[in-house]
Design a protein around this ligand. Structure first.
Ligand code: MF3
Ligand code: CO
Length: 250
């Protein structure tokens, strides 16, 4: 069963999502050569807790940190570390979830560190565009496959691949709820979308092949071929008037 949220639940998911967005905006402003991913985590925690939120990822299935910070060929779930120092030309994906009064918002952005190559810039741009193509399909009476297909089509039209090993998801009372939202699929397939669903739509896009490998830490996913990877995610509410983005970082 895909949960339909009541208005009071939507209020809390909305507030959680605002805190997510605020933390991501703050991180975007401080990301620069020389900063460590551990420092980014500390800054995020400060924003989250000062707003009455709780980091949603810490302790989730044993995940050890408050954010995921995935650099270059890391796809998702990179663990913040004092040993990971950002350098000019890197790309970093930050994924962040917040619990507010028992309800969750979840979002991710990918950011260029200083000046980056044209290829890196293009990968980031196409991945973000793919997110909005997917969100556009998040409408009453459409289906999950419409979101999946819109994302996949945009990504592959640019010569990139969508990761298969991780998917988007319902979000709200738990971090991961039904339905799963793959970033690949067929229009008209999958569960029907209804008013009051809250969805985390999150394309993960590799410059090379879609295969990933998991590192020895049990979490960090990297591209199998060493190519770059980008990730964008929004928490979206389905309303009768269309999709409403709750994690507005823009
Ligand atoms: N946004 C990611 C997801 O929805 C983050 C989960 S990471 C974890 O799957 F550490 F919390 F597991
Ligand atoms: Co998510």
């Amino acid at each position: 069963m895909i949960p339909i949220k009541r208005p009071d639940e939507i209020k809390k998911i909305t507030r959680a999502s605002e805190i997510v967005a605020e933390a991501l905006i703050t991180l975007k402003q401080v990301i620069s050569p020389g900063i460590t991913t551990k420092e980014l985590e500390q800054i995020a925690e400060e924003v989250i807790r000062s707003r009455g939120g709780i980091p949603a990822f810490k302790g989730y299935r044993g995940y050890p940190a408050s954010i995921c910070a995935s650099v270059n060929d890391e796809v998702v779930h990179g663990i913040p570390s004092i040993d990971v120092v950002l350098r000019e030309g890197d790309l970093i994906s930050i994924d962040l979830g917040v619990i507010y009064q028992g309800y969750i918002g979840d979002a991710a952005i990918t950011v260029a560190v200083g000046r980056v190559s044209k290829e890196t810039e293009r990968l980031i741009k196409v991945t973000e565009e793919a997110l909005y193509k997917g969100i556009k399909e998040a409408r009453v009476n459409k289906r999950v496959g419409d979101i999946s297909y819109a994302i996949q089509k945009h990504v592959e039209a640019h010569g990139y691949s969508v990761v298969r090993a991780f998917v988007g998801h319902g979000v709200g009372k738990s971090l991961h709820e039904e339905p799963q939202i793959p970033n690949f699929g067929y229009p008209g397939k999958g569960p029907k979308l209804k008013e009051g669903m809250t969805l985390a739509i999150e394309p993960m896009v590799n410059a090379g092949s879609y295969e990933v490998v998991i590192m020895k830490d049990g979490w960090t996913a990297k591209t199998a071929d060493g190519s770059l990877s980008a990730h964008f995610e929004h928490t979206v509410l389905i309303t009768r008037n269309g999709p409403e983005i709750l994690t507005k970082w823009f």
